[in-house]
Design a protein around this ligand. Structure first.
Ligand SMILES: [Zn+2]
Length: 258
């Protein structure tokens, strides 16, 4: 199993540090928006940074990339269709990040929606999905369409249930408050909400989730459930027939939810 530790950055970002198998001291950073906390974590654990994986171009995901790459001589990987702050190996759907000396390999998925060129990395029963899928929610549609985002989420939802989901923000509690509004009769959501509230009261980290858990609690992965459909229809004030219409209504609802 992959050893992954969170590095907290800004107010609610997680930069994920992937440790290489036991006996080695290499590490990979995912979406390092800030170099300083990554450097501190590397030093604390006696690790050397080999590579940097980037999911999309937003500053809170790439802000520390150039500095870390220069400082550690780490290879940077990022989306082919978005601007990167320094030289990077540009990736598209189906590409493989093969880190032979670390014994690690990740498959690249195109997951447009939050941004148009957003990619995710999947391997070793883990998914690094940036701002596409969150626990209990999904990213805002800054660049893509509801249809693109739903397609991206559907692909992630089809991964094995045990796949651990490493998203880039601690948004779980707010997302579950919304999920409980959409599906007040979903016991899994209510249970997750209560557990997350207790966890966050102690400043605990609610990530990783798993695909199996998200299928039970995440309204954006549950657009085909009658309960989510009827809640979306009540919100929209009209009947919604296609999953993408239901998804779009739930996304708009969440955008205005406080
Ligand atoms: Zn973003």
């Amino acid at each position: 199993m992959l050893e992954v530790s969170p590095v907290r950055a800004f107010s609610d970002n997680y930069i994920w540090l992937i440790r290489t198998p036991a006996g080695q001291c290499g590490a990979i950073a995912v979406d390092p928006g800030d170099a300083r906390p990554v450097d501190a974590a590397l030093e604390q654990h006696g690790l050397k940074l080999h590579a940097i994986l980037v999911t999309h171009h937003h500053p809170d995901h790439v802000g520390g990339v150039a500095e870390l790459a220069a400082e550690h001589g780490a290879q940077v990987y990022g989306p082919a269709r978005e601007s990167m702050p320094c030289e990077a190996r540009r990736l598209v759907d189906g590409d493989t990040v093969h880190l032979a000396d670390l014994g690690l390999e990740f498959m690249v998925m195109d997951v447009p929606g939050h941004t148009l060129g957003h990619i995710a990395y999947h391997g070793h029963e883990a998914l690094f999905c940036g701002d596409t899928l969150f626990s209990g929610g999904c990213g805002r549609l800054f660049e893509g369409s509801p249809s693109q985002m739903l397609g991206s989420l559907d692909r992630m939802a089809a991964l094995p249930a045990a796949t651990r989901v490493y998203c880039a923000h601690e948004y779980t509690l707010g997302n579950l408050r919304f999920a409980a509004t959409v599906e007040p009769g979903n016991a899994a959501v209510l249970e997750a909400l209560e557990a997350t509230r207790a966890l966050r009261d102690g400043n605990g980290i609610s990530i990783p989730s798993t695909i199996g858990r998200e299928l039970r609690i995440n309204p954006f992965l549950r657009c085909r459930e009658p309960s989510v459909r009827s809640a979306a229809e009540a919100y929209a004030g009209r009947s919604l027939n296609e999953p993408v219409e239901i998804f779009a209504a739930v996304r708009t609802w969440k955008d205005g939810f406080r």
